[in-house]
Design a binder for this molecule. Structure first.
Ligand SMILES: NC(=O)c1ccc[n+]([C@@H]2O[C@H](COP(=O)([O-])OP(=O)(O)OC[C@H]3O[C@@H](n4cnc5c(N)ncnc54)[C@H](O)[C@@H]3O)[C@@H](O)[C@H]2O)c1
Length: 348
């Protein structure tokens, strides 16, 4: 099987590529190499005959047509996106252009290519989306997002992803394009760009700097180790039912404060300084429109496809902290990139 992966130089796309190549699948990594990308994320597979790289932008339709015709993929896994909520608050236009118009271009390029091949049933267009399209949940732990939960996006990021989900479903219903979708909770793990909560906290804690927790730290997220997500995505791609969507989660709900406190405990153990890292926690002005709680009901993917997360949050945090301790040469240069390490998402 040959898979065209968009956004493969990013956090999750690179985990998908590393896993796919380790399983003997061929991959073409299509990436525009924005601020969030690093080709080091895929360095371990770059020399493999199963791997190819195409430096291209999903907003460039001609480039997409050329890449489909050059590589003849059996499937598309579409992960390329602007992905940081805070950046979407300060500057939504890139999110509209890449996440909506870019997805439209990719759907049209895929449709033309698929039609040219005689509309093969086994072709797949997998759109990788987020649980944030469903909006915000009340505190009641019995209420979780299911696949039928009404869409209610509340940030420019989640609205752009919701729009892309709708386009993908429409291309299935209208043109018959064989699509699958997945909506996942917050990921964490190796190669996570240092503007996101977990790597940011690790790096600031190592520097002895304050750990900025938004609001009162009570916002709840469900955390999934990125390598588990990559496994779930290949499961959905290979065994998911056409036209169907699958929620993916880690069964690990934590408030942001609980999460950062747990990270601090791991750091106390692996990099003791004589003073608890949790003393560095400081509360800062909340994100505008900050969703209170996300929680995934992942019973469809468990029941229909037999997928469940394999890495507990405790184990995943430990692996992640160890990885950041060992890979300073990966994250240090990224701190110099535009906007990394500074407070974003305040321009309202
Ligand atoms: N990170 C999470 O917790 C999470 C959770 C659920 C879903 N998702 C979704 O998974 C996908 C990947 O997320 P991530 O965290 O790996 O993102 P990321 O920001 O780490 O990586 C995005 C990648 O897309 C590329 N890209 C951006 N714009 C592009 C364009 N116009 N053309 C081609 N490439 C472009 C970037 O260069 C980068 O390599 C996104 O679609 C995101 O919405 C993320």
């Amino acid at each position: 099987m040959k898979i065209l992966v968009t956004g493969g130089a990013g956090f999750i796309g690179s985990a998908v590529i590393r896993l796919a190549v380790s399983r003997g699948l061929s991959v073409i990594n299509l990436d525009a190499l924005t601020y969030a990308a690093s080709l080091e994320n895929v360095a371990s597979v770059a020399a493999s005959p199963l791997y190819a790289f195409e430096h291209a932008d999903i907003r460039d339709r001609e480039a997409l047509d050329r890449i489909f015709n050059a590589h003849h993929p059996d499937a598309v896994m579409h992960l390329a996106a602007e992905s940081h909520v805070d950046r979407s608050i300060d500057g939504p236009s890139d999110f509209i252009e890449t996440n909506i118009t870019g997805t439209f271009n990719l759907l049209e390029a895929a449709r033309k290519y698929w039609a040219g091949k005689g509309r093969p049933e086994h072709f797949r267009f997998h759109h990788i989306s987020t649980d944030e399209v469903f909006g915000s949940l009340p505190a009641d732990p019995s209420v979780k997002f299911i696949e039928e939960t009404r869409y209610d996006p509340r940030s420019p990021y989640s609205a752009s992803k919701a729009a892309a989900d709708h386009l993908v479903r429409a291309w299935h219903e209208t043109y018959g394009l064989p699509v699958v979708l997945s909506n996942c909770s917050n990921n964490y793990g190796p190669y996570h760009f240092p503007e996101k909560l977990i790597p940011l906290m690790i790096i600031k804690a190592l520097a002895g700097e304050p750990l900025p927790v938004y609001g009162d730290g009570s916002n709840v997220r469900d955390w999934l180790y990125v390598e588990d997500h990559a496994d779930a995505l290949l499961t959905v791609l290979q065994r998911g039912e056409t036209g169907r969507s699958y929620n993916i989660g880690g069964n690990s709900e934590r408030t942001n404060l609980e999460l950062v406190t747990a990270l601090c405990a791991v750091l106390d153990e692996l990099r003791p300084t004589g003073k608890p890292h949790a003393k560095l926690i400081s509360f800062v002005k909340d994100r505008p429109g900050h969703d209170a709680r996300y929680a995934i009901d992942a019973s469809r993917i468990a029941g229909e496809l037999g997928w469940e997360p394999s890495v507990s949050l405790d184990e995943g945090l430990r692996r992640t902290v160890r990885w950041y301790l060992k890979h300073e040469s990966w994250w240090r240069p990224l701190l110099a990139r535009d906007g990394a390490g500074v407070r974003l998402g305040t321009k309202v």
